[in-house]
Design a protein around this ligand. Structure first.
Ligand code: FAD
Ligand code: NA
Length: 392
C-alpha cells in the first residue's frame, strides 16, 4: 500500500473513469480491486468463438448521450459505429415497431390515420378512465394510452418484468408511456449513439492503459483472507467504492431491493434468426421478456462472423436475492428511505467516496455513470489525493 495513492473498488465504468482521471490530473498511482475475473463491470463483453458475435455478458448495452463532455471523453478511447438502436415486438403472431408510434398504431388498428387522427383516437381511448385517480398499473396504463394499446403492448410485458399481475402493481411504476405520432422508431432521442468499434472491453482496456494503474481481478474487498481488504485499507489510503452501499455497511440497516435478469442462450444453424438485434415479446404465453441476437448489433463485422450460425439470449426478469447480480433498483419508497440512511453513513466516511450505480443505488446508463464519475473526481476525489504530495 505504500506505493498506492488511491484504491478503487470495482472496475466498472465509474471506477475506470476515476482511475483514468486520477492518473491524468494528479499522476496518482491507482490500485483497482475487482471481484470478477474481468474489467468493465456490467458493460463487459466478449467475442463468442462459434458465431463471432460480441456478447454483452450482463445484458445488451447501447451507448447513447447528449452530453458533449461525455461524448468527447469516450471518443478519446474508442470510435463508435453508426449503429442506430431500433426495437420490435411480437404480439399475437405479428411484429410491430417500438416505441409505440404511428406505424405501430396503424398496423394495430389496420388503419391509415394521420398524426392528428391517431392522437385524437388515443385521447378518446385514454378517456375511459379520465376522471379517476389510477391506483394500480393497469388503470394507470389505460389512462395514459387507452386500453387497446396498453393491453397489447404494455400490460403483459410489464407483468413479466415484475413477475406480478399489473393489477397488483403500484401505479407509480409508470409515469409516462411515450407515444409518437409519426413513423420515427429510432429508440433513443440522444444526439449521439453507437457501439464501440473494437468492442466494449477494448475500449475499457484503453482507459486504464497506464503503468500507474494496477488491476487485481478475482479480489473481493470484503474478503479478509486476502491482504487488500476493507479493514486493511480504509483510513490508510483514500477509497472509491462502487460496490453495493448496503454491503459496505454489512447490511446493518437492512437490504436494498434489486431486480435481476436470467439469460437463456439458444443457438441456431441460421445466418440470422430474428432479423434485428432486439425483439420484445409482448404476450404472456412467451415466458421471456425479450430476445437479443448479438450478431445483429455489429452488421459491419459480417465478414468476421459465422454466416451459418447465430446465438440468441432470452431474458427472464425477476427479483434479486442476495448473491444474484443486482441490475435494476426496485426503488419503492421504503428503498428510497433506506438508501437515504445509508447515504448518511457514507457521508460520515471522510476517506471513502461512494459512486456508481451500486454505491449510490441508482439506475444509471453508461453515459450518466461517466458524467457522475468525472464530477466526483473533480469535486470529491481530487482533494483526497493530497495535492501537496510530490509526484513526477
Ligand atoms: P458496475 O458496472 O456494476 O461495476 C461495479 C463493479 O464493482 C463490478 O465489476 C463489481 O464486480 C465490482 N464490485 C462490487 N463489489 C465488489 C467488491 N466487494 N470487491 C471488488 N469488486 C466489487 N447503460 C447504457 O448506457 N445503455 C444500455 O443499453 C444499458 N443496458 C443495461 C442493461 C442491463 C441489464 C444492465 C444491468 C445495465 C445496463 N446499462 C446500460 C447500465 C450500465 O451497465 C451501467 O451504467 C454501468 O455499467 C455502471 O457502471 P458502474 O461502474 O457504476 O457499476
Ligand atoms: Na464519504
Amino acid at each position: 500500500l505504500e506505493n498506492v495513492d488511491l484504491v478503487i473498488v470495482g472496475a466498472g465504468l465509474f471506477g475506470l473513469t476515476v482511475a483514468q482521471q486520477a492518473v491524468e490530473h494528479a499522476g496518482a498511482r491507482v490500485l483497482i480491486l475487482e471481484s470478477r475475473d474481468h474489467i468493465g463491470g456490467n458493460a463487459y463483453s466478449y467475442i463468442d468463438k462459434e458465431t463471432g458475435a460480441e456478447i454483452h455478458k450482463y445484458g445488451a448495452h447501447l451507448f447513447h448521450t447528449s452530453s458533449p463532455v461525455v461524448w468527447e471523453y469516450v471518443n478519446r478511447f474508442t470510435k463508435f459505429t453508426n449503429y442506430v438502436h431500433r426495437v420490435y415486438t411480437t404480439h399475437r403472431g405479428e411484429v410491430f415497431p417500438l416505441p409505440i408510434n404511428l406505424g405501430t398504431i396503424n398496423q394495430f388498428f389496420h388503419a391509415h390515420y394521420t398524426p392528428q387522427e391517431a392522437e385524437a383516437l388515443i385521447r378518446e381511448q385514454a378517456g375511459e378512465l379520465a376522471s379517476s385517480d389510477p391506483q394500480n398499473l393497469n388503470d394507470k396504463g389505460i389512462s395514459l394510452i387507452g386500453r387497446p394499446l396498453y393491453e397489447a403492448f404494455i400490460k403483459n410485458y410489464t407483468g413479466k418484468q415484475w413477475q406480478t399481475d399489473p393489477a397488483e402493481l403500484p401505479a407509480g411504476i409508470i409515469n409516462r408511456l411515450p407515444v409518437r405520432f409519426n413513423y420515427d422508431n429510432r429508440y433513443f432521442k440522444d444526439t449521439w449513439e453507437g457501439l464501440p468499434e473494437d468492442g466494449y472491453t477494448t475500449w475499457f482496456e484503453r482507459m486504464i492503459d497506464d503503468p500507474r494503474i494496477d488491476v487485481r481481478l478475482n479480489t473481493d474487498f470484503f474478503d479478509t483472507t486476502q491482504p487488500l481488504n476493507r479493514d486493511a485499507i480504509v483510513g490508510k489510503v483514500p477509497v472509491v467504492y462502487t460496490g453495493p452501499v448496503d454491503r459496505y455497511f454489512d447490511y446493518s440497516l437492512g437490504e436494498l431491493k434489486w431486480r435481476t435478469v436470467d439469460f437463456e442462450e439458444v443457438r441456431y444453424d441460421e445466418a440470422d434468426h430474428l432479423g434485428c438485434p432486439v425483439m420484445n415479446f409482448a404476450d404472456a404465453d412467451v415466458p421471456y421478456t425479450r430476445a437479443i441476437e448479438f450478431k445483429n448489433f455489429n452488421p459491419e463485422r459480417r465478414a468476421q462472423q459465422n454466416a451459418n450460425k447465430t446465438v440468441v439470449w432470452r431474458e427472464y426478469s425477476r427479483t434479486a436475492e442476495r448473491g444474484d447480480e443486482p441490475y435494476y433498483p426496485v426503488n419503492t419508497q421504503t428503498d428510497k428511505d433506506l438508501y437515504a440512511r445509508y447515504a448518511d453513513s457514507a457521508a460520515q466516511q471522510p476517506s471513502v467516496v461512494f459512486g456508481g450505480r451500486l454505491g449510490t443505488y441508482k439506475y444509471y446508463d453508461m453515459h450518466q455513470v461517466i458524467a457522475t464519475a468525472l464530477n466526483a473526481y473533480e469535486h470529491d476525489i481530487a482533494s483526497l489525493l493530497g495535492a501537496n504530495e510530490e509526484r513526477q
